[in-house]
Write a protein that binds this ligand. Structure first.
Ligand code: IFM
Length: 449
């Protein structure tokens, strides 16, 4: 069997997010986030789980960095909790909170691991939510001010920044369907939130450029492979509505400085107010696009399909089943997404900032898990990234979601995405078979054919 080699300098890493792993939700001056408030309400999260303790990473961080070094990671993607840095969302800085990220970054650098920091992975400050949250246009300035504080402290050492992680998950699940905090169900608020998050992104990019920092800045979008169920007019139109009012809204805004007119017309009175200069602000040049990819979705027109008059169904490629998230597995979907970005948006530098799967672990008596299912999933998706590169896509790196099992939002701790097992009783970390396998991939900068 031959080896599929990746370009020199290809960045291999693993990802996490603050609320999902840190715990210590109210320690050392941290303020309350919308996720703290939401999980403390009854019946919001499976089994009543919360991120209060999560994986206790806030306290175990030095050990976790040592583990990353053992696993051979070249880069670690993490997010910064806005409310650790600015407990009230704006105003007074919390030195202990900022100090935590300072120490994390220094430790990573000492271990030879490149820090890749995300400013917003959904844990918006509750104090600002009380002022209207993302649907309040001022949120764009609140975010830029927060970004400036973080850049000033860490900008000299963190070479790679993302403004938001999957902003529209927070916007639509938070304000349109209400499954995530703040739990509001109003599509017009969802679109308003989405527009302001993009404005916030553009303003944070400006803040970074004005600061003269030498790293890269971009944004991360969740990007399933979304395809129409048929070539029929109705299915294609339904696909357009679904895609261009979500992933496509972001991509068109950021890369082309526009929202699709027909989609906006269809959204009608729910569409966000776009003021003069907004689209220029949103489309400031970025250095990379982060893609979080997990699955393929098939869209068909259906008058009973809710707001979008469309039904979205999962798809599994022949021979592949689905994961514990009930997402179909379709490795070729990864190649298709990357080719779509190449063709539509001028082949920008792309990093796969998340890819991975949740499966039920069956640990042995020592807690070790032989997760062959995960290895199969990862191997097939990494091969799919390689195919995209060989077809000219400018992919520069790949991060597994996730470094360790963690708090999977509304589904609590049940789904296990880690290549490292978290024993939630003892907080022990136990690398799974997939972590050993990934070590070899990184060491060889390649994968078997
Ligand atoms: O856990 C999440 C992560 O926070 C964002 N992307 C998808 C992952 C799996 O659902």
């Amino acid at each position: 069997m031959g080896n599929l080699n990746f370009p020199d300098g290809f960045l291999w890493g693993a990802s996490t997010a603050a609320y999902q792993i840190e715990g210590s939700w109210n320690k050392d001056g941290k303020g309350e986030s919308v996720w703290d408030r939401f999980t403390h309400r009854k019946y919001t999260i499976r089994n009543g789980d919360t991120g209060d303790d999560a994986c206790d990473h806030y306290r175990l961080m030095p050990k976790d960095v040592a583990l990353m070094e053992e696993l051979g990671l070249k880069s670690y993607r993490f997010s910064i909790a806005w409310t650790r840095v600015l407990p009230g969302g704006r105003g007074k800085i919390n030195p202990k909170g900022l100090g935590f990220y300072d120490r994390l970054v220094d430790r990573l650098l000492r271990a030879g691991i490149m820090p890749n920091a995300t400013l917003n992975h959904w844990d918006f400050p509750q104090a600002l939510e009380d002022l209207g949250g993302w649907p309040n246009r001022d949120s764009a300035d609140w975010f830029a001010d927060y970004a400036r504080v973080v850049f000033e402290r860490l900008g000299d050492r963190v070479p790679m920044w993302a403004t938001h992680n999957e902003p529209f998950v927070a916007a639509f699940l938070g304000y349109a369907t209400g499954i995530f905090p703040p739990g509001v169900s109003d599509y017009s608020l969802g679109f308003r939130a989405a527009h302001h998050m993009l404005l916030a992104h553009g303003k944070a990019v400006d803040a970074y450029r004005h600061g003269g920092y030498r790293g890269k800045i971009g944004i991360v979008v969740d990007h399933p492979n979304i395809v129409p169920a048929s070539r029929g007019k109705a299915d294609v139109a339904a696909w357009r509505r679904v895609f261009f009012s979500n992933q496509g809204l972001l991509l068109e805004g950021v890369f082309n400085g526009r929202y699709m007119e027909d989609v906006m017309d269809w959204i009608g009175p729910m569409k966000p107010e776009v003021r003069a200069g907004d689209m220029e602000q949103i489309s400031r040049p970025i250095d990379f696009l982060g893609i979080n990819h997990y699955r393929t979705d098939v869209v068909s027109a259906n008058s009973r399909g809710g707001f979008f008059k469309a039904i979205t169904e999962k798809y599994s490629a022949p021979g592949w089943g689905e994961t514990d998230m009930e997402w179909g597995i379709d490795p070729q979907g990864m190649t298709e997404v990357l080719k779509g970005i190449r063709d539509r948006y001028g082949n920008p530098p792309v990093y796969i900032t998340e890819n991975g799967c949740a499966f039920e672990d069956r640990p042995d008596s020592k807690g070790y898990v032989e997760d062959w299912g995960r290895v199969d999933y990862l191997r097939a998706h990494i091969r799919a990234v390689h195919r995209a590169i060989s077809e000219g896509c400018d992919v520069r790196g790949y991060y597994i979601w996730s470094l360790m099992d963690n708090f999977e939002w509304a589904r609590g701790f049940e789904p296990r995405f880690g290549i490292v097992r978290t024993d939630y009783k003892t907080m022990r970390r136990i690398p799974k078979l997939s972590a050993r396998w990934y070590y070899d991939v990184i060491a060889q900068n390649g994968i078997d054919e």
